[in-house]
Structure formats: structure tokens, C-alpha cells
Ligand binder design. Structure first.
Ligand SMILES: *Cc1c(COP(=O)(O)O)cnc(C)c1O
Length: 480
């Protein structure tokens, strides 16, 4: 019996990067990926093998150094490194404004405008009348004022930035009175008290978690008070013995005591959703009409446009926000402004908005048509599963608007539920999540559920292919 080779001998046996690079097996990889990426992948494999040999010298001879194995590992690493990290997914969760899945889908008009503006130079900060430097902040302002009745507007990076900027501008080192029931935390660590502290404003909370009265605000006012603030309790609802002060009453109190009132609306709804069975989400126009000094909201929640924070209100206060040097740190680029302006223009026609803005279209899709589409998807999937390994059931379901709007109001929907005697729903979920592109559903009562409300027609063939792969027992990607 020959003695096992020593770790040093094994290290010497490891091929060099160039040797692997020149094998015919890597020719295809070199056609598909940049050379430096292929080399980097080979280095990673050789590094791992070196570590394996040295970390356990007694068993070093067990380390697999077969050329075909090294090449296979190289290809695996290359697949991961060569891929985008930000990629499309199929949203079968039923949550329309899903912050983890990119919130609102942009309307076609916005995508086309974005493409057109960004392909060429533009007047982002150039005043064509005067022939000199202009302001980027004029671009969406006119249409925002036209649609909402506000005197002035300012667009920044996101709503958290908008709230921050407004508080820093109007209330630095002074007190802002907020109801305790509105000290909300929104996913991803946006907490009203934290944003307020960071902005330099001093939070003065009043009332109790479930009830706040006008007299609570009134008695908290003192010489340090800068603002009265109302915040949308985006992602929760307090039910039972509750009472909240209306924006109108707060504004009347502000007027009485010479204080300004701001509202963080969160979602930025422009249309009344009551005809579609969704109640209680305030519109931006109503807030402006009530005479509030400033409102803030997101561009990519119910508004259905790009990520942005929109500040609307009285000229004097918006002007002060614009002059704050922090505005520069929160500023938006041409991509945001072009997509936002195009989205806003759609709102000039309400019916058009419901048809053309995907977020609104999904919210208003009828139950009847969701059921039809569920039947259609189930039939497609049954065709794919010729041996009947899986059961595809069309069942009633509940979807959510999400994005911190309409909390506690689930919408009726339809879903295709998948179950199997041979596979756990956990493994179905995992396999579909690892598909390319990933299909994200949810697990409910031991079934993998795909809600129709957030599925696009283009998603059907993708889901079908994903199930075909699941049934064939492989999860590899498809090179189309
Ligand atoms: C979502 C939300 C925010 C944060 O908005 P982003 O655009 O995500 O920064 C702030 N306030 C309220 C009430 C919200 O619902």
C-alpha cells in the first residue's frame, strides 16, 4: 500500500489557474462571461481546496481534486457571480404594494418616458427661457399643484426623507405635538419618534394609545411648540374604544393658537377608492382642501409611481424646505423626475389612471375576473402535471393593498393552491423561490398558495415553466 500523500504534495498537485482556464470545458464559459470573472471563479475554487487540505491534514487525501470536479465548482461560482443581484420576481403573494418586492410597478408611460429622457441630454437643471442654470425642482411641481390644489410642491428621495426635511426645516430644536396612537413604526426601521429625533425636532406625545382628544393637544401647547402633526397609522388599526382628532379639528386648533399643522399621509392616494370597497384612506386632495400647511407622502405606494417623497402645501413652507441645505442631500435625479411626471400626467383622466397605473389596476380588478384567471392558471398547470403529482385547486383568498395603506382591510381575491402527497408545501415553496425568475407565494394550511391579484398575465408561462422544472426534479435555470 502506498502511503497517503502529504498535504504539501497535495497542494503541489493542485492545477494552476491557467491550466484550468485552458481546458476545453471552459471554452463555453469564456464565451458567456468576461475572462476576469472566469479567472476569479477559478481562484475561488483553488483557494477553497487549499483551505480544505490545510484545515484537516489527516484527511487531506480525501479532498476531491479531480479536474472535472474543479471545473464543475468553477461553473457553479461563475453562475452566481455572473448573475444580477437585483432581478425580477413573480409576486404571487397577493400583497400589491410589497416593499420587499419593489413596491409599485411603473406604468408603461413612465417607463417609456424614463427611457426617452435618460437616453439624451435634458433640461434637468437648465432654464430654457433664460438660458441659464435652473432648478430641478420645477419639473413635477406644476402638475402636482394642478392635480391636488396645493400652492407648492417639492419632490425628494422618499417619504422618510420628506418627513425628515419638513421637521428639520420647520421644527428644529422645537416641539412637535403628536398623538401617542400615531407614533408608528413602518417596516425597515422608519419610526416617527426616531425620525423626529434625527431631524432635531422634539417629540411631544399626547393622549393614550387608543384615545387622544383635542384638549390633549391644546394643553400640551407651550412657547416651545412649533407644529401640530398628524401621522397616518399606516400599517395598523386600533379598534374598540378609540378616538382620534380629525385633521379639520387639528387645523382649527392650530389656527386658534397660531400654530402650523403638518400631516404625514404615507401613501399618497389621489382617487377615491370607496367605489371599490376600500374605505377610510384619506386622499391628498382632501388633506390640501382642509387647509393643512404641509402634507408628505410616498411616490411608490398608492400613487403608483417611482420611489419618491412628495412634499405639498403652502408656498411659504415649501419654499423654506427648498432652501434647507439638506434638500441637496435628499435630491432626486432625472430618472425619478421623468417617471414621476409621466405617472402624474396619467391622473388627469381618472378612468385612465385606474387602467394604466398597475397598482390601481390590481386594486380594482373584479373578483369575477380574478376567479377566471385562477381557473386559467390552474388549467395550464394541470396540463404541465401530466402524471397528476400535484393538486391545483382554485380557492377564495384574501389579498392586501400593503405599503402602509388601508390597514386591516383585506380584499377578497382568488388563488391557485397547490398541494401534494409526495412533496411538502415547504419544499414546493423553496423550489419555486429558487426558480429563475423566482416565484414568491405563501404557505397557508399546508398548501402553497398563489394569489391572482398580484399576478400579471406574462407571469403565467413563467409559473408554468417553474412547475415543469419542479416536476422534473431540477431547479436549474433556463438559458433563453
Ligand atoms: C411608508 C411611510 C413612510 C415612509 O415612506 P418611504 O417612501 O418608504 O420613505 C413614512 N410615513 C408613513 C405614514 C408611511 O406610511
Amino acid at each position: 500500500m502506498t502511503p497517503d500523500p502529504s498535504p504539501q504534495e497535495l497542494l503541489r498537485k493542485l492545477p494552476g489557474v491557467d491550466t484550468i482556464l485552458q481546458t476545453t470545458a471552459l471554452e463555453e464559459a469564456l464565451r458567456r462571461h468576461p475572462r476576469r470573472l472566469v479567472i476569479e471563479s477559478i481562484r475561488k475554487v483553488l483557494d477553497t481546496k487549499r483551505k480544505e487540505i490545510l484545515s484537516n491534514p489527516q484527511d487531506a487525501s480525501m479532498v476531491n481534486l479531480e479536474p472535472s470536479h474543479l471545473i464543475e465548482l468553477t461553473m457553479d461560482i461563475l453562475e452566481v457571480m455572473g448573475d444580477y443581484t437585483l432581478c425580477n420576481v413573480v409576486n404571487a403573494s397577493g400583497i400589491i404594494i410589497h416593499t420587499n418586492l419593489g413596491r409599485s410597478l411603473l406604468p408603461r408611460e413612465a417607463l417609456e418616458r424614463l427611457d426617452q429622457i435618460c437616453r439624451s441630454y435634458n433640461n434637468l437643471e437648465y432654464d430654457l427661457e433664460k438660458g441659464q442654470r435652473g432648478s430641478r425642482y420645477v419639473h413635477a411641481e406644476a402638475i402636482l399643484c394642478e392635480l391636488t390644489g396645493a400652492e407648492a410642491a417639492l419632490v425628494v428621495n422618499n417619504n422618510a426623507g420628506a418627513v425628515f426635511l419638513v421637521l428639520n426645516t420647520l421644527a428644529q430644536a422645537r416641539e412637535v405635538i403628536v398623538s401617542r396612537g400615531q407614533l408608528v413604526e413602518i417596516g425597515g426601521s422608519f419610526r416617527i419618534p426616531d425620525v423626529m429625533r434625527a431631524s432635531g425636532a422634539i417629540l411631544r406625545e399626547v393622549g393614550c394609545t387608543n384615545r387622544t382628544h383635542l384638549r390633549d393637544y391644546d394643553s400640551a401647547i407651550n412657547e416651545h411648540t412649533a407644529l401640530l402633526m398628524k401621522a397616518h397609522t399606516s400599517n395598523y388599526r386600533i379598534i374598540g374604544f378609540t378616538s382620534e382628532v380629525s385633521l379639520d379639528d387639528l387645523i382649527a386648533l392650530g389656527r386658534d393658537r397660531g400654530l402650523n399643522v403638518i400631516e404625514d399621509l404615507g401613501s399618497g392616494l389621489f382617487l377615491d377608492l370607496e367605489p371599490f370597497g376600500l374605505r377610510g384612506e384619506p386622499t391628498v386632495q382632501d388633506a390640501i382642501k382642509s387647509g393643512v400647511d404641509i402634507v408628505t407622502f410616498s411616490g411608490d405606494k398608492l400613487l403608483g409611481g417611482p420611489q419618491a417623497g412628495i412634499i405639498l402645501g403652502k408656498k411659504e413652507f415649501v419654499r423654506r424646505c427648498k432652501k434647507n441645505p439638506l434638500t441637496r442631500a435628499l435630491r432626486v435625479g432625472k430618472m425619478t423626475l421623468s417617471a414621476l411626471e409621466a405617472t402624474l400626467r396619467i391622473y388627469r383622466d381618472e378612468r385612465g389612471a385606474i387602467e394604466k397605473i398597475p397598482t390601481l389596476r390590481m386594486i380594482t380588478t373584479s373578483l369575477h375576473s380574478l376567479k377566471e384567471r385562477a381557473e386559467e392558471l390552474a388549467a395550464l398547470l394541470r396540463q404541465t402535471d401530466r402524471d397528476g403529482q400535484l393538486q391545483f385547486i382554485v380557492q377564495p383568498s384574501f389579498s392586501q393593498v400593503g405599503g402602509g395603506s388601508l390597514p386591516g382591510q383585506d380584499q377578497k381575491s382568488f388563488a391557485v393552491a397547490v398541494s401534494s402527497d409526495q412533496m411538502s408545501c415547504g419544499s414546493i415553496e423553496r423550489t419555486l423561490r429558487h426558480n429563475k425568475p423566482p416565484v414568491i407565494g405563501r404557505i397557508e394550511s399546508d398548501r402553497f398558495v398563489m394569489d391572482m391579484r398580484t399576478l400579471q398575465t406574462e407571469d403565467f408561462p413563467v409559473i408554468q415553466t417553474a412547475f415543469a422544472r419542479l416536476l422534473a426534479g431540477k431547479q436549474g435555470d433556463m438559458h433563453l
